[in-house]
Design a binder for this molecule. Structure first.
Ligand SMILES: Nc1ncnc2c1ncn2[C@@H]1O[C@H](COP(=O)(O)OP(=O)(O)OP(=O)(O)O)[C@@H](O)[C@H]1O
Ligand SMILES: [Mg+2]
Length: 254
């Protein structure tokens, strides 16, 4: 059983898109998958088309108001989802101080053995929610665009992970960096990719060989609450995400 936190404090780098595609693909390959939306923006819940308005959310779970079973919903494509909404933004203040980094880990404990993979989508910050994800996780996946701020932010992310390892979860491991929305023909992308390669070497984290190309069908699929494989099976990004998941699984089995 693996718990994967998908994280990068930089906004708009493909965390949610990658969480969605990874969960959907693993589910289609026959794995039991739970996707947790840990972002108050609720983008992953929306992409899956689950109800994050009338039904209980991760916020209620982390506040002990409901059980994990009560908060689960099954998305159309078979992935179990724990939704989120803007209420989660209050969590930072509301979680009691002692052990607050461990709340999510405790919450998923009773259900985690029902799954092969639990995928956690995190918000664009290194605050208490992301630290909860790192504390619950076995592995961390870092999507990034080939933008200069995204590349340099990875160093900061690594510092946070080092601190989580020291105080909360000694075994957590950054499994790799995934380039998303990548256009190999653009010169600046190449330069930033080289810079990211230097950073990855410096922090000893591999970069996936597969990169995800830019394609408008991603937004269309999300707007229609469908995963990219159902919505546009033969698209370039669908191909890219399939290749990525193959590479991801090889990394897990080694
Ligand atoms: N490969 C891609 N090609 C084109 N557009 C993409 C691709 N991946 C993501 N996008 C679009 O880019 C935007 C940001 O992606 P996404 O929401 O996955 O990023 P994020 O890191 O989760 O953002 P946030 O930090 O706000 O949570 C979205 O509108 C999404 O549809
Ligand atoms: Mg997101």
């Amino acid at each position: 059983m693996k718990v994967i936190a998908v994280a990068n404090q930089k906004g708009g780098v493909g965390k949610t898109t990658t969480s969605h595609a990874l969960s959907a693909r693993l589910c289609k390959l026959g794995f039991k998958v739970l996707a947790i939306d840990l972002d108050p923006q609720g983008n992953l819940s929306s992409a899956f088309g689950v109800d994050n308005y009338n039904k209980p959310t991760i916020y209620n779970l982390m506040k002990n108001e409901v059980t994990a079973k009560e908060v689960l919903q099954q998305a159309q494509n078979g992935v179990d989802v724990i939704p989120s909404n803007i209420m989660l933004a209050g969590c930072e203040q509301e979680l009691s101080h002692t052990g607050k980094e461990h709340r999510l880990k405790e919450c998923i404990e009773p259900i985690k053995n029902n799954y092969d993979f639990i995928i956690i989508d995190t918000p664009p910050s290194l605050g208490v929610l992301t630290v909860n994800a790192f504390t619950a996780a076995s592995d961390i996946l870092i999507p990034t665009t080939a933008g200069i701020f995204a590349a340099t932010g990875i160093n900061q992310l690594n510092i946070t992970v080092t601190s989580v390892k020291k105080y909360c979860n000694p075994n957590v491991n950054i499994m790799g960096i995934l380039f998303t929305r990548f256009n190999p023909r653009v010169n600046i992308s190449k330069q930033v990719k080289e810079l990211t390669e230097e950073i990855s070497e410096f922090i000893s984290v591999p970069i996936y060989k597969t990169y995800i190309r830019s394609a408008i069908v991603i937004e269309e699929a999300q707007a229609n609450h469908r995963d990219i494989f159902d919505y546009a099976e033969n698209s370039t990004v669908s191909e890219d995400y399939k290749n990525f998941v193959d590479e991801f699984l090889k990394g897990i089995n080694n």
